[in-house]
Write a protein that binds this ligand. Structure first.
Ligand SMILES: [Zn+2]
Ligand SMILES: [Zn+2]
Length: 312
């Protein structure tokens, strides 16, 4: 009986030890697995971070490449090409640039990116063009599938309107930051039966899109504001003037919220001729009067524009 008790105790002890050993083994297995899990999660997090950075970097390119694609169309206009559908052409140009980027990113980061430009449109601000791009990207366990909406600034690009309407090599030119119409604008206005078109002999207008800082515009009548605006060649927001994309398509007016600038006359001519705001010269063609009849450099403006700029 005694022996069997010991045996029983011994069995109990052996049993407990075995349970303990199994428990320790299980704990060790669990701990090792946990460490592995944490390590692989860390690797995943690092990979995820890395992937996110690549996508953010790619995203920033869209704005820059969008602007370059618009600029490439403006260059075409200045080289004498006619752009019939600027949105379609800019879209094609951007798609080509993004495809190049996709190849570059594949080589650099081993990431698969597919991009499709869904639309190129005038935005609610006339200083920006809106791009919608569908991006699908995959690298290892990470993936990205989203439609990105990005705006590219058109400030600092050349104004396409004078060249799209009058055509390059037709006798206009530019130097520094000014477009010189020489005899070309006179001939254009004469052709459109504008009275006293000779007043626009040797007229000039700004070459680059620059946003006028004198906002609200009604203050152009204060002190030297108008002179400074003309000297710097600023553009203004206008619901009548055409947007940048429509300027590429030789449209003086369009349904989008757009821009207008002054075409500066420098010839004595007559005081009663077409108002010198660009959408009036290139599309509407209604008359205005010189602000100062004795000064050949004085603007010729209709009452509505005089009022807008506080020059009445
Ligand atoms: Zn201004
Ligand atoms: Zn437009």
């Amino acid at each position: 009986m005694y022996n069997s008790k010991i045996d029983n105790k011994g069995n109990i002890i052996t049993g407990t030890t075995a349970i303990l050993i199994i428990a320790v083994i299980l704990i060790v297995i669990f701990a090792v697995n946990s460490l592995n899990y944490i390590e692989s999660e860390n690797t995943k997090t690092i990979e995820g971070e890395n992937f996110k950075n690549i996508i953010d970097d790619y995203d920033r390119n869209i704005e820059v490449l969008g602007r370059e694609s618009i600029d490439s169309m403006t260059k075409k206009v200045y080289d004498g090409h006619i752009i019939l559908n600027s949105r379609k052409e800019v879209k094609k140009a951007l798609e080509k640039e993004l495809n190049k980027k996709n190849e570059e990113y594949k080589k650099k980061y081993d990431i698969d990116i597919e991009s499709e430009v869904l639309s190129v449109e005038s935005s609610s601000s006339p200083w920006k063009v809106e791009f919608k791009v569908h991006i699908i990207a995959n690298k290892g366990d990470n993936s990205f599938n989203k439609i990105l909406v990005r705006n590219s600034s058109i400030e600092g690009l050349k104004d396409p309107l004078p060249y799209s309407i009058l055509h390059a090599f037709s006798g206009i030119g530019y130097e520094g930051d000014t477009i010189y119409y020489i005899k070309r604008l006179y001939a254009y206005l004469f052709f459109h039966n504008v009275d006293a078109s000779e007043t626009y002999f040797s007229a000039t207008s700004p070459l680059y899109i620059k946003k006028c800082p004198y906002d609200p515009y009604i203050h152009h009548g204060d002190g030297n504001t108008l002179d400074n605006c003309l000297k710097n060649g600023y553009f203004h927001e206008s619901s009548d003037g055409s947007c940048y994309l429509c300027r590429l398509e030789r449209k003086g007016v369009c349904p989008h919220y757009g821009l207008e600038t002054f075409i500066h006359p420098h010839f004595p001519g007559q005081n009663d001729t077409v108002s010198c705001v660009d959408h009036v010269v290139f599309h509407d063609r209604y008359n205005g009067k010189r602000l100062n009849p004795l000064n050949p450099n004085s603007l010729i403006l209709d009452d509505a524009h005089k009022k807008k700029y506080g020059l009445m």
